[in-house]
Design a protein around this ligand. Structure first.
Ligand code: S3P
Length: 174
């Protein structure tokens, strides 16, 4: 069955937003980023939400947003890296979406986000070790929930998007 949405899951810094924006543009879909949606609704940055209300509050809010996003059509959705922590999120997203896991090695993730201070769960001295540890916990979940795993190594964003379109996009235009 061809589903109307494409949902990107994966670890922080694996490129869900960058890939999602280009993919949406190429497919003529609308792009939506769940973190940005949350930030706009609460008029606060994710880091401020964690700081002021804590992670539990963020996760509950995120779940409600996912329910809203799950109802859309013809969207490319970039999710937050922790969306897989609640299997109810995935059930909502799968109702109308094919779920793609952007599987990137921790070293490249580190390169992408080493200078970024916006992610509350990675505000530690040894970021690479924190990435490796959290990725080890989460990888089985990303893999379990993925309809398709997109392995990314040295690929450019253009390559990744072309690969995705080949795998899932082609028959959308038939
Ligand atoms: C989180 C990932 C972040 C954001 C929040 C928590 C996580 O999104 O939702 O900081 O638990 O992995 P990105 O994956 O877009 O960085």
């Amino acid at each position: 069955m061809i589903k109307p949405n494409i949902v990107l899951i994966g670890f922080m810094g694996c490129g869900k937003t960058t890939v999602g924006k280009l993919l949406a543009k190429k497919l003529g879909f609308t792009f939506i980023d769940s973190d940005t949606f949350i930030e706009n609704k609460l008029n606060m940055k994710i880091s401020q939400i964690f700081e002021k209300y804590g992670e539990k509050y963020f996760r509950e809010y995120e779940h409600n947003i996912i329910i809203e996003i799950g109802k859309l059509n013809n969207h490319v959705v970039a999710t937050g890296g922790g969306v897989i922590k609640d299997k109810k999120n995935i059930a909502e997203l799968k109702k109308k979406g094919i779920v793609l896991y952007l599987n990137m090695p921790p070293e490249r993730i580190y390169t992408n986000i080493k200078d970024d201070n916006s992610r509350p769960l990675l505000q530690v001295d040894d970021k690479l070790s924190a990435i490796i540890e959290l990725l080890n916990q989460r990888k089985p979940l990303y893999e379990m929930y993925a309809d398709v795993i997109i392995d990314i190594k040295d690929d450019t964003v253009d390559n990744i998007v072309a690969n995705i379109i080949e795998i899932v996009g082609g028959d959308r235009f038939e």
